[in-house]
Design a protein around this ligand. Structure first.
Ligand code: ARG
Length: 588
């Protein structure tokens, strides 16, 4: 189904041509003066130069030709040369009815489905998930769902950090605490135990301890670095410990991501790229791209046009150790081999933007990836507390994501304590509402911006919040439940009637934006556009709901039409929030 703007543009194009003007001037956009009209075309202003005519004269000629068109309730030329349009109620209703019977609600799927790898989540094993990882998971999940909804082949990869110093630190600390463990016996050549020598809560205590200790004690840090290097070069006992760390952490991570309604297709890890490194390094050397600088192997990635310093990409340290970017480059090699993607999207903290610039340039320069593959960095801002500083616990510590979920859930439960609902139902609703509060609070901001995490505001059932959107969906559901309970018949084949009030027109106009919204959200990696859409639709619908009788309407035709419109709003909203990774409860 074409977008409303496309349909209008076609009509205008024909009129521009008929009037003797190039149709390229017939560009239509949503009006920036909604008080005057719904859509507008400013093409006559631009065409004036080419045709040496007054823009208003040209606008008038075009409008004259379109005056008889059924599409418009009003089309007028406005000084100095705007064409202002308001579509007819019939045009709008026809469009809405077509949407209602379309499986994708009128959205056209991608003509050429692409293969897209989305690298998001980015949790590190052995460290608890903290709020810093929330944004990557939430934004990445929405980008993934949107791309998939449009028909693209999408692979979402959590890309776990499992190969860095954090493992060396844990190994070192374990060695200090339990030197008798068989993993430290270099002469041991039997099978290692299948039971891990620690639990997740042990790890959560060990890691911060070791990390803090290493900052004060250089010799301890060096020990951890050596352990990391030994692990990376294949020391058996350390590999066995590392495997235990992964098993224990991944089980825990899966639990939390599931609670967040975030689902990865792949649970790949940094270490999975290791097998690709030797050949990659060889190719970089053979191709003449890499050179030795103070013992390290580096690739220069600066360009003449740079306005700021872009340091070289270090591939191997002087001791032969690999780095974060060595792994990222080798992961590109791996992804090419496994998926042959058209695009790889990285959803990572924007503070890593320079880093990714280096990696992307290096990948292109060394021909790891061709020019035809898009590499996109979607950098997100920081989630701040009300004081405007990065979100922390009351005592200044890093807040665990699980704890955050629990806290918000408690607040929502508190708001719902007087509801006349079964406990199970309340629990289910509260879980969905708190998730909506957190995720919508995040997603409704442009990803690259910092935002303030404000629990009171996010959990409010009013305003531009997740709970408000869910509330609107629940309203449409209970409305339909009433229709069913009261045996009100709604003819399947009847249509939604042209709007008879401003509030109804506004609902319909909001609905028509579905397809352009999903496309824009995908192309610009901008889930906040979906949030804007669901908010506008919810807000217009709630006004319509308050101003009109729906189920109790005595006018049968109107009742039927209003019920159908409400059902469509509910369906569009539910589809849209699924793209945000949210679900609505039955009641709330
Ligand atoms: N584990 C990293 C971190 O916590 C994020 C990983 C991002 N993805 C990547 N391919 N580098 O900062």
């Amino acid at each position: 189904m074409k977008k409303v703007i496309e349909i209008l543009q076609e009509e205008l194009s024909a009129a521009f041509e008929k009037a003797g003007y190039d149709k390229k001037y017939a560009k239509v956009g949503v009006s920036n003066r909604p008080d005057l009209c719904q859509y507008q075309c400013n093409g006559a202003l631009a065409a004036a130069k080419e045709y040496h005519k007054a823009p208003i004269q040209m606008a008038n000629e075009v409008v004259e030709l379109l005056n008889g068109s059924d599409s418009f309730k009003e089309i007028v030329a406005q000084a100095p040369g705007f064409i202002n349009m308001t579509v007819s109620d019939k045009f709008l209703a026809d469009y809405i009815n077509e949407m209602a019977v379309s499986e994708t609600l009128g959205l056209e799927k991608a003509e050429k489905p692409e293969t897209i790898v989305i690298d998001y989540g980015g949790a590190n094993v052995a460290k608890p998930l903290h709020v810093g990882h929330l944004r990557s998971a939430v934004i990445g999940e929405s980008i993934k769902r949107t791309a998939r909804y449009l028909g693209h082949k999408v692979v979402g990869d959590v890309h776990l950090g499992d190969w860095g110093l954090q493992i060396g630190l844990i190994i070192t600390e374990l060695k200090h605490r339990k030197p008798e463990l068989v993993y430290f016996d270099e002469n041991f050549d039997g099978e290692y135990p299948t039971e891990p020598p620690f639990t997740m809560s042990d790890l959560e205590e060990i890691y911060p301890y070791a990390s803090g200790y290493s900052k004060e004690h250089p010799e301890y840090k060096e020990e951890a670095q050596t352990a990391t290097a030994e692990l990376q070069s294949g020391r058996r006992g350390y590999l066995a410990l590392w495997q235990h760390i992964i098993n224990v952490s991944v089980a825990d991570l899966k639990k939390i991501y599931t609670k967040l309604n975030v689902e990865f297709d792949l649970w790949k890890k940094e270490s999975d790229a290791q097998p690709y490194i030797p050949q990659m390094v060889q190719d970089m050397k053979d191709g003449g791209y890499a050179h030795i600088d103070q013992g390290a192997l580096v690739v220069d990635v600066k360009e003449d046009t740079d306005t700021k310093e872009i340091p070289p990409c270090m591939i191997l340290k002087s001791n032969g150790a690999t780095l974060y970017n060595t792994t990222d480059l080798a992961t590109i090699v791996e992804r090419r081999k496994l998926f042959d993607p058209d695009e790889i999207i990285y959803v990572v903290d924007k503070r890593q933007s320079l880093y990714f610039e280096q990696v992307f340039r290096c990948a292109r320069k060394t021909k790891i990836i061709g020019e035809d593959v898009k590499l996109e960095f979607v950098g997100f801002g920081t989630m701040n507390g009300k004081d405007g500083k990065p979100f922390k616990t009351r005592d200044g510590g890093v807040l665990r994501l699980e704890k955050l979920l629990e806290d918000v859930n408690e607040q929502v439960l508190d708001k719902m304590k007087d509801r006349d609902m079964d406990k199970d139902m309340i629990d289910d609703a509260a879980a969905k509402i708190s998730l909506a509060a957190i995720k919508y609070g995040d997603l409704s901001n442009q990803a690259s911006k910092d935002y303030i995490f404000d629990v009171e505001r996010f959990t409010s059932f009013e305003g531009n919040t997740g709970p408000y959107i869910l509330y609107t969906i629940v309203r449409t559901k209970s409305l339909l439940a009433k229709v069913k309970a009261q045996n009100i018949t709604v003819d399947e084949n009847s249509a939604i009637e042209p709007a008879d009030s401003k509030s109804e027109t506004d609902v319909m106009l909001a609905l028509t934006k579905w397809s352009e919204t999903v496309n824009a959200a995908f192309e610009e990696h901008a889930p906040h556009k979906i949030c804007q859409f669901v908010y506008e639709l919810s807000d217009t619908f709630n006004k319509f709901y308050h101003e009109n009788k729906i189920v109790t309407n005595e006018n049968e035709k109107q009742r039927e039409s209003y019920i159908k419109l409400s059902a469509l709003v509910g369906k569009v909203l539910e589809t849209a929030i699924d793209l945000l990774g949210l679900e609505a409860p039955e009641r709330m």
